[in-house]
Design a protein around this ligand. Structure first.
Ligand SMILES: [Zn+2]
Length: 410
């Protein structure tokens, strides 16, 4: 469908760029491109050349962020995502949003839209050295002390050494100029299966979920598993299992339709078949898109812990490890993405939260932010088999281009 005054993306050029950048660190059908590795740096320099070809002025900064700046007048939109990958990861996670940004910049220029976009590839989104290292640096939330202390999570290489090897030592770090931008829009693969399950092709992200995490410890009495009668036991593991069951019974009544909760780690001490466990510990995490829902789940959890403590026979302690609140996406930007999706993909779009974390939640500290999702085949991501149909890749970029043009014109 032709839409007047709309930028038209060049699908062949978009796919060719996605395939070309996937060559840097190719692994089977995916990509192995950890941040600041030689292949990551090659891809960043290639990206800068493509930005130049698109009429953007590329800069790489002292943490590895690459930003292509537009010389168009007036407030701009910042588009982007990340080009680093998980170990043996997929070919689209992150990089699709960056190449979309590049293609939208080209399409706007070709359509004669007198406004511009800047395009960013944030460093270390996949968290090899920290969490959202590049985007946090850009919004001023990464201190020199944190950089000096950061080490690669697997091989222990200091971040400063990795930056040195990448040729970035001593370069200044880019800092956000909030007055330059209307906001930030990030396109990404869904990395889950909701869109596919609902037979939708575009996700308009409402919020990036928050994550609350707790350590719950149980203190019992270690004893002989043969000679200790059941009624005299203070079995810490049984106390843990009872609380898990109580959580599973209670949470559905207070949770939202997409809330998820996970006991991802359990330790039982001393962990021997012939010993009544004297101590146990579990890590509970839950996620939701609404702060009120998360607070309701937390209140229910505290109530269950207090009730279990009162019932005995084991002591229970709960420690809050982290509380990250949901990041709500900008309403007007969501409307613009929805309007574009309605035209380009009638009845095949939906509003949905992001269950995974993204740089958009960091940039949202300083700018109105929004996200657009395309489906992941089989809901698979963080694996080299991750993929999205070419038709969906093209559709997502065109919807983004329309939405960006509408926001800039508006
Ligand atoms: Zn990603």
């Amino acid at each position: 469908m032709a839409i007047p005054n709309s930028p038209s993306i060049d699908g062949q050029r978009l796919i060719a760029d996605l395939k070309r950048i996937a060559e840097f660190g190719r692994y089977k059908t995916g990509v192995h491109r950890p941040c600041l590795s030689p292949q990551d740096m090659q891809s960043r320099h290639w990206l800068m050349e493509r930005m130049k070809d698109a009429g953007l002025e590329p800069v790489i900064d002292g943490i590895g962020n690459v930003i292509g700046r537009s010389s168009a007048p007036g407030p701009k939109l910042l588009l982007g995502s990340h080009t680093d990958t998980q170990p043996q990861g997929g070919w689209l996670d992150g990089v699709m949003g960056v190449i979309y940004g590049l293609e939208v910049a080209r399409a706007l220029k070709e359509a004669g839209v007198p406004f511009g976009v800047d395009v960013a590839s944030w460093a270390d989104e996949e968290g090899h050295f920290g969490a959202f290292t590049g985007s946090r640096s850009f919004v001023g939330e990464l201190s020199d002390a944190e950089i000096a202390a950061a080490k690669h999570r697997e091989d222990g290489t200091p971040l400063t050494e990795a930056l040195q090897q990448a040729g970035l030592a001593g370069k200044p770090r880019l800092a956000i100029e909030p007055e330059r931008y209307r906001g930030y829009v990030e396109a990404h693969i869904e990395q889950g299966g909701y869109l596919e399950q609902e037979k939708k092709r575009i996700g308009v992200v409402t919020a990036i979920v928050g994550i609350f995490q707790y350590r719950i410890s149980f203190a019992g009495q270690q004893n002989h598993a043969g000679t200790t009668p059941m009624h005299l036991r203070k079995d810490a593991a049984q106390a843990l299992f009872r609380l898990c069951t109580a959580i599973n019974d209670a949470f559905p009544a207070v949770a939202g339709p997409r809330s998820v909760w996970t006991v991802g780690r359990v330790q039982i001490h001393p962990g021997a078949p012939a010993i009544v466990p004297g101590a146990a510990e579990m890590i509970l995490q839950f996620r939701d898109e609404q702060r009120e829902v998360m607070e309701r789940m937390e209140a229910a959890l505290m109530h269950l812990v207090a009730a279990a403590q009162a019932d005995g026979p084991c002591g229970i302690e709960i420690e809050t490890l982290s509380r990250t609140f949901p990041t709500v996406m900008d309403g007007a930007f969501q409307d613009a993405i929805e309007a574009a999706a309605r035209l380009r993909a009638p009845d095949t779009w939906m509003r949905m939260p992001s269950a995974a974390g993204h740089d958009a939640q960091i940039i949202a500290h300083k700018l109105p932010a929004a996200m657009l999702f395309v489906p992941s085949i089989g809901g698979i991501s963080h694996h080299y088999s991750e993929d999205t149909s070419e038709a969906d890749i093209l559709l997502g970029c065109q919807v983004l281009a329309d939405a960006v043009a509408a926001i800039l014109k508006g």
